[in-house]
Design a protein around this ligand. Structure first.
Ligand SMILES: C[S@@+](CC[C@H](N)C(=O)[O-])C[C@H]1O[C@@H](n2cnc3c(N)ncnc32)[C@H](O)[C@@H]1O
Length: 214
């Protein structure tokens, strides 16, 4: 009986080990940065984009609004954050996040596929986190980003390469795989008039960060 229990425990441990190994191999094949599972992304983004109190910042495709809310706290009462989204339900979700966090310096704006919805030259910093590969009309949106960013401002694009498992998943029309190669982002964004000033190949679990200026 004891021997059977020991064998069972041994087999279970071996199965768990094998499963972990398969997960690590799959993660590595998909470009997951396993050393970056825990980190303070809002603080790191603020550092890379030189976001400081009093600044005007825009989060394009803000999703639930978690990062926009974090940065609204960081820019403080003299600064302002705009958060844009496409669908009314997401716009409402961001408003709820802002209310729950008690931040009053965040404006939620509806975007269109081809336009940010932001006022011209509204912001010293604009960023898109895992949004660029979803853009249905990148050329038009990049032109609109150019109009929205103040001269000398910074545009941060966080996205990921469509490699490993992502290669087999869909993204937006005209793109293959899920994600977007950083060279493609660079070409498209520079074609709109921006200039690349920093390229960080490792961002979070799977991403990269490109920083442009105008
Ligand atoms: C993967 S989610 C990322 C959400 C958020 N940025 C985050 O990191 O948690 C992509 C978001 O981009 C939004 N999106 C796609 N195209 C957009 C556009 N042209 N303007 C604004 N938002 C857009 C989608 O509605 C979706 O919420």
């Amino acid at each position: 009986m004891r021997i059977r229990v020991r064998r069972l425990l041994g087999a279970t441990a071996a199965a768990i080990g094998l499963l972990l190994l398969v997960l690590i191999v799959l993660a590595a094949a998909s470009g997951v940065h396993v050393t970056r599972l825990r980190w303070d992304e809002p603080a790191e983004l603020a550092r890379r984009l030189a976001i400081s109190p009093g600044m005007r910042v825009a989060d394009i495709g803000a999703g639930s609004g978690w990062l926009a809310v974090g940065l609204a706290r960081r820019v403080g009462p003299d600064g302002h954050v705009y958060a844009t989204e496409l669908a009314p339900a997401k716009l409402e979700a961001i408003r709820r996040s802002a209310r729950a966090a008690g931040v009053a310096n965040l404006t939620v704006l509806p975007a269109r596929l081809e336009a940010t919805g932001l006022p011209p030259s509204c912001c010293e910093v604009i960023y898109l986190r895992y949004v660029y590969h979803h853009l249905a009309r990148p050329q038009a949106l990049n032109a609109s980003l150019y109009e929205s960013l103040a001269p000398g401002g910074r545009l941060g694009i966080i996205d990921f390469e469509p490699r490993g498992l992502f290669r087999w998943m869909g993204s937006s029309p005209g793109r293959s795989g899920h994600g977007v190669p950083r060279e493609t982002v660079r070409e498209e964004v520079e074609a709109a008039g921006f200039r690349l000033v920093e390229a960080e190949p490792r961002w979070g679990r799977v991403g990269y960060l490109l920083v442009f200026t105008r």
